[in-house]
Write a protein of this length. Structure first.
Length: 228
């Protein structure tokens, strides 16, 4: 098995020090309000975000950013990065995007092989990576020879796993119930990744109003475990 496989596992690990585990993306308020209360409602919530944001926006944009990296087109990468940030519907989601992007770029600075990549010292590329995590993720996948399909699968699984881990703490949900929610998605995630390849440029965008409402209310929630 090639090093690319193991490096992808490192990039999507919940232990990656970029702070992904500190955000709930509105889920904390959804639990507080009773929108999410058990495994079934958690599955419904995540499924709506999967179809309304991940398939239609994040995964297609990850592909666009990977194309930019492959072509060496820093300007287009920055344009898509700004578009990604504009699709985040609340100040909380935009702050998360930027903070995770900066943390990811800082991590790459410290990895032995990655630290010599010229993109990390280029202002335009760095601006993109400081805007969102996907730019740095696309760069790392390209440099390490990770296939596009595996890149999408890994990123999607990382998002889903972090959300379920958060839900286990918040609802609270038993570990077994959390694993059952993850298992229910395993039959559909590959289809989600394939669907992302067919999204045209003009169709890229997010439509998750419940998540946007929950995120906007979360930043004023009285008691919070997750960052806002």
């Amino acid at each position: 098995m090639s090093a690319a496989y193991f490096r992808l596992q490192q990039l999507i690990s919940p232990s990656l020090p970029i702070g992904a585990f500190t955000y709930s993306q509105g889920m904390e308020w959804a639990v507080e309000s009773g929108w999410i209360s058990d495994a079934e409602s958690l599955h419904a919530w995540l499924d709506s975000v999967l179809s309304g944001t991940m398939i239609s926006m994040e995964l297609p944009l990850l592909l666009r950013l990977a194309d930019c990296v492959e072509r060496g087109d820093a300007e287009a990468c920055y344009d898509w990065s700004l578009y990604l940030l504009s699709c985040r519907e609340t100040s909380e989601l935009r702050a998360e995007e930027q903070q995770r992007g900066q943390a990811f770029a800082t991590l790459l600075d410290k990895l032995p092989e990655a630290s010599v990549w010229p993109e990390l010292n280029d202002v335009m590329w760095r601006n993109s990576m400081d805007t969102n995590q996907l730019a740095g993720f696309a760069l790392a996948c390209h440099k390490w020879g990770i296939r596009r399909e595996d890149m999408l699968r890994g990123y999607l699984w990382s998002w889903l796993e972090n959300m379920v881990i958060g839900a286990v703490k918040l609802i609270p949900l038993g570990q077994s119930d959390g694993q059952r929610v993850l298992f229910r998605f395993t039959d559909t995630l590959d289809e989600a990744c394939q669907a992302a390849f067919s999204v045209e440029d003009d169709d890229i965008g997010a439509s998750s109003p419940a998540q946007a409402i929950a995120s906007s209310l979360h930043e004023t929630q009285y008691c919070r475990l997750f960052r806002s």
